[in-house]
Design a protein around this ligand. Structure first.
Ligand code: SGN
Ligand code: CA
Length: 531
């Protein structure tokens, strides 16, 4: 008895000694660490914490279980590079200048990583950022050139390009873990932007997940066969699963005989060629039987639409499984190193994505599935486990929120608002409406230029440039946005209020037709459409 007690005491003293560094770190460090996880095109419908039942993402869900889930997280401009520019600057696209994926981003302007550096943070940016130029505000950067490649990707480490062998999602996680363990200055608050390329098109899964969903049959959303009645911009789209998904490029039917001569076959051929022999062997072992069956059955019409939808879902969701694993590894690292308590972890995407709603893939529209984005966040010190946030939050709000947590100054020209006090229940007042803009037209997927306002219940959108018309939705009665109520007699008052609120927001955020003209002419020039 006595001996065991002695042994236990020794073990306790020993373990305390080995933990001294971590314990003292906790005591000394007042500012929280921040791990900001962003994936690319990850629809909230494909995170199990949101309850859509499509897949299982236990690690991402853990962030919500241990912290908060946001049911009304939105972007300001549903496309990659602009979304990231908004996230970094806390300013709308027309202010930070990165209005579309085409025009350049000016890294010289202020961003929240620079703000955190100024108050002593070590900062790192790892993975996809989609903003050209050497990232500013980061002690360490290791980013993808442009969109990046799923297999054997190139990265640019502090400005120097280097190829990695393997699968992009796991490599990005390894680089992030290596920075946490070996590269950051220990005992200093840190900011880690850990940004996955996945599950961006063309949804290429990791070898170990190729068979994950082979046997699962997915039912498409109720409006999969949408006729776009009353919505002319939606009708002009080029992002239909049935019509626009390329059987070889998007759906991997690269038959060896070359019978499937699709428009983008050569692009997928390049992806396939990029793999090494071992990778290609595993890939082909999975897809070859599917290709053979597809050629044999040769589905057409509705059958082909459903076949495409299912192939898309299987690849897209399998790709997400590796993202979820990476989140688990990062959370485990924090746990194992005594960092969990003092670290804020956010999971989000650069925008939402269509998983068959309106018959679509891709994003860009102000309709809910692409306007909305998942946001899950934990910070044990301040956020109660199981918190649900139903307020209208935008990616505009990340920059001021992080500066707030770090006790850094929030520059007065930042347009977002810190939601720190909102989540911990110290603040009840919040904005009643959010503003949206989309500019990349003419462009891929053919989504018209538009802007609009969303309140708790309604949405007003103005499509302009080639067309000029409005759409109004009652989201309570019509959450799938199938019924355009603009000029409906029952909504005269609602319509007038929305117009007023939209104008107020344009003034508040400094948007104007003049700015839009300037952006448009720069865009047309950059695309070579005018001289
Ligand atoms: C690529 C994709 C598009 C996608 C854009 C923008 N085509 O061009 O489908 O909309 O990226 O995506 S692909 O043939 O190259 O896959 S974003 O997330 O970077 O904005
Ligand atoms: Ca994206």
């Amino acid at each position: 008895m006595r001996f065991n007690y002695f042994l236990a005491t020794c073990l306790f003293v020993l373990s305390m000694t080995s933990c001294t560094k971590k314990t003292s770190l906790k005591k000394e460090q007042k500012q929280p660490n921040i791990v900001f996880i962003m994936s690319d095109d990850h629809a909230y419908q494909a995170i199990s914490a949101y309850g859509h039942g499509l897949n299982n993402t236990p690690n991402i869900d853990r962030i919500a279980t241990e912290g908060a889930i946001f049911n009304r997280g939105y972007v300001t401009n549903s496309i990659c590079a602009p979304s990231r520019a908004v996230m970094l600057t806390g300013k709308h696209s027309h202010i930070n200048g990165k209005v579309d994926n085409i025009l350049p981003f000016n890294w010289d302007q202020d961003n929240f990583a620079k703000g955190l550096q100024a108050v002593g943070y070590q900062t790192a940016l790892i993975g996809k950022i989609h903003l050209k130029g050497l990232p500013q505000g980061f002690n360490y950067s290791n980013v993808l050139p442009g969109q990046g490649e799923y297999y054997n990707p190139d990265f640019i480490e502090n400005g120097v390009k280097k190829r990695y062998q393997g699968y992009i999602t796991t490599i990005t996680t390894e680089i992030a873990l290596d920075w946490l363990e070996n590269k950051r200055v220990q005992d200093t608050p840190f900011l880690l932007l850990y940004h996955q390329k996945a599950p961006h098109r063309t949804w290429m899964p990791e070898a170990k997940y190729l068979d994950l969903l082979t046997k699962v049959n997915f039912t498409p959303p109720a409006n999969f066969f949408d006729d776009y009645k009353g919505r002319p911009a939606a009708a002009k789209h080029e992002m239909g699963i049935y019509k626009h998904m390329d059987v070889v490029y998007d759906l991997k039917m690269l038959d060896k005989e070359g019978t499937l001569k699709t428009k983008y076959r050569k692009w997928f051929q390049a992806q396939h060629d990029r793999m090494d022999d071992a990778q290609r062997k595993l890939w082909d072992a999975h897809y070859d039987p599917i290709i053979a069956q597809f050629l044999k059955e040769n589905p057409t019409g509705k059958e082909l639409a459903l076949w495409k939808f299912n192939r898309y879902m299987r690849d897209y969701l399998s790709t997400i499984q590796s993202v979820d694993d990476g989140v688990g590894e990062i959370l485990d690292y924090l746990d194992q190193n005594g960092l969990t308590e003092n670290t804020i972890v956010v999971y989000t995407s650069d925008q939402g994505f269509y998983l068959g709603e309106h018959g679509w893939f891709d994003k860009r529209f102000m309709y809910e599935e692409s306007f909305r984005t998942p946001i899950l966040m934990k910070y044990p010190k301040e956020i109660k486990a199981g918190t649900v946030v139903n307020n209208l939050i935008q990616n505009l709000d990340f920059a001021p929120t992080f500066l707030d947590y770090a006790n850094a100054d929030i520059p007065s020209d930042i347009q977002g608002e810190s939601f720190r006090k909102l989540i911990n229940g110290e603040q009840s007042e919040w904005r009643d409406a959010i503003y949206y803009t989309y500019y990349e037209f003419p462009g891929e997927h053919h989504v018209q230029r538009h802007y609009g306002v969303r309140t708790d219940r309604y949405k007003l959108i103005h499509f302009y440039y080639q067309d000029d018309y409005w759409e109004l939705y009652d989201l309570e009665k019509d959450p799938s946005e199938m019924n355009n109520l603009y000029n409906d007699v029952d909504y005269v008052k609602v319509q007038a209020n929305l117009h007023k609120r939209l104008e107020e927001l344009r003034v508040q955020y400094g948007d104007s037709e003049e700015l839009d003209e300037q952006n448009l002419s720069a865009f047309l020039k950059a695309k070579g459409l005018v001289k």
